[in-house]
Design a protein. Sequence first.
Length: 264
Amino acid sequence: MSINRRDFLKKAGVIAALGLGGAVTLDAFELLEPLKAADFTSENKLAAQRWAMVIDMSKLTQGDIDEIIKGCHELHNVPDMGNPKDEIKWIWTDTYEHVFPGDENHYLDEKTKTMPFLTLCNHCNYPPCVRVCPTQATFRREDGVVGMDMHRCIGCRFCMAACPYGARSFNYWDPKPHIAKINPEYPHRTKGVVEKCNFCMDRLDQGLEPVCVEKSKGALVFGDLEDPHSEVRKLLSTHYSIRRKPELGSQPSVYYLIGGEERA
């Protein structure tokens, strides 16, 4: 394994902070190597150069949104902490002015102003969370999915500070007692780690679309942004779309269709 001086110092500092001291060997550094898309391969996996999602707000009802959030949180053992201060969320809703704070329009129609916008991790092409994580517990796969390795997370919350979208939550308490029914097929987290949406990368690797897409009745479309024939590219080429805080240069992979009408 090759390692440059900068990475050596960075990883050595983390290992020292974890109390490994003089027992550090090359194997210890191997534990801190970033995960790659190849680490998640399976025979039936869905593949893409860069996964992206299009959310057509005109097709979403409150009932659809409730089912989407419920399906996501039940599948991934997301706890209900019972108060906003300790809230853990993978997918949630917020108002237009909070989701798109830089797009101020005093004459925006009342329906758009008040509708609940479905919000999740944007799986940025240039994710700031990945750059600041000292243990590479958060990483970007080759297919564009920004994932989390909970076993590497040391709870420093640098990723939360770096994320401009508020897409990450911290477990201040043991989440297990706050999960109504634990899904045994997905690991629940522990106290002291960060979590977020992972585009259902475990389902992608089984040949399945994200559960939010499955529950959306066609309002959420998932596909390869680099494939001109994919459904997401067709929607983006025929509809006006917006993304969250594009001026930051992180290049979010989640697009919103507001009006819903098709362009000529």
